[in-house]
Write a protein that binds this ligand. Structure first.
Ligand code: PMV
Length: 324
């Protein structure tokens, strides 16, 4: 029998209503539901090939051999389901511009879930693929789908997965990633969010508000109400960062250049050009806007940032097999 070799591609996603905190750290069950937009510009290609002669996995990232421990832990979930113990060669290439400092774990684990499950001949439904990707990195469960995606928080392994909300939006939404600092983040999302869950006196209010934000943003997206969608997204992000400041010990991802970017967005808005910002577990700022305003916004941002710091994306597709 021929050794299975499968390549899959998955795109990154940016949350408009953020996931920030786990109920179950082992299974990665979130405290609140979230909603994201999958982006067309940034993606990961991952090839998985079973390796009959090996005693352990080989993991190559962007052409460099890496310690496979984390990837092996994830591959073991696939091997258990497939009832096969053969190791694999896993080769991943991140198509995220160098130094972009944008999280690639979402696209990475979504691509690995798809390529890995196919290589071990598991026929997983999109729902089960999403559950599997979730075990690598929570936000990865949303990268199984394109467009606007909701992660239904659920309460256990079986009930926590993403569903497409609007897979092929006809809306001309753009996202500009402003790379203010491409360095490795100071506080990993896993550690940061748990500090918040365990210590922030505001956490119960966050959960309540996040559920309201989720319902309201879904209505706004269905109604194509860009203003409402943008306002909710911006508030959700700022509340998440406020949680970090309220934790013990407190921590912060917002840097001086992040504030420069935020100020530009606020000035654009004051001049009637609609755009909103969001930030994740790092200092980079992402600007949500409509295609018709893109050039005006870029012109303003270019007064403060170099061309290579401004990366434009539109809505992107779900995870797919490239070759098998
Ligand atoms: O999936 P993780 O562990 O990388 O956490 C992602 C957390 C945020 O990006 C900040 C928010 C989100 O919902 O994606």
């Amino acid at each position: 029998m021929q050794t299975p070799k499968v390549t899959a591609r998955a795109h990154t996603n940016i949350a408009l209503v953020k996931y920030w905190g786990k109920k179950d750290e082992q299974l990665i069950i979130p405290q609140n539901g979230s909603l994201s937009l999958t982006l067309d510009h940034f993606y990961t290609d991952t090839t998985v090939c079973l390796d009959d002669n090996a005693t352990q996995d080989t993991f190559i990232l962007n052409g460099i051999k890496m310690d496979p421990t984390k990837v092996t832990k994830f591959m073991d979930l696939i091997r258990q389901q497939a009832n096969v113990s053969t190791p694999a060669i896993i080769e991943s290439v991140n198509h995220v511009p160098t130094m972009a400092g944008l999280a690639s774990s979402a696209s990475a684990y979504a691509a690995l879930a798809l390529a890995g499950s196919k290589a071990y001949r598991l026929e997983l439904s999109p729902k089960d693929l999403s559950r599997l990707a979730r075990r690598g990195s929570g936000s990865a469960c949303r990268s199984i789908y394109g467009g606007f995606v909701e992660w239904k928080k659920g309460y256990d392994d079986a009930s926590s997965y993403a569903v497409p909300f609007i897979e092929n939006p006809t809306w001309d939404i753009k996202m500009i990633a402003i790379v203010v600092n491409g360095a490795q983040k100071k506080v990993a999302s896993r550690a940061g969010m748990q500090t918040v869950v365990n210590t922030s006196p505001y956490y119960p209010a966050w959960i309540k508000q996040a559920e309201l934000d989720l319902e309201n943003i879904k209505q706004a997206i269905l109604a194509k109400d860009f203003t409402k969608m943008g306002q909710i997204a911006e508030s959700s992000a700022m509340r998440m960062h406020a949680l970090n400041l309220s934790a013990t010990p407190h921590f912060n991802y917002i840097e001086a250049q992040s504030l420069v970017a935020i100020t530009q967005v606020e000035e654009l808005r004051a001049h009637g050009i609609e755009c909103y910002y969001t930030m994740d577990a790092g200092p980079n700022v992402k600007v949500i806007c409509q295609g018709k305003d893109l050039q005006a916004i870029l012109a303003k941002l270019k007064q403060h940032f170099a061309d290579e710091q401004l990366l434009v994306s539109a809505a992107g597709p779900g995870a797919k097999i490239i070759t098998s």
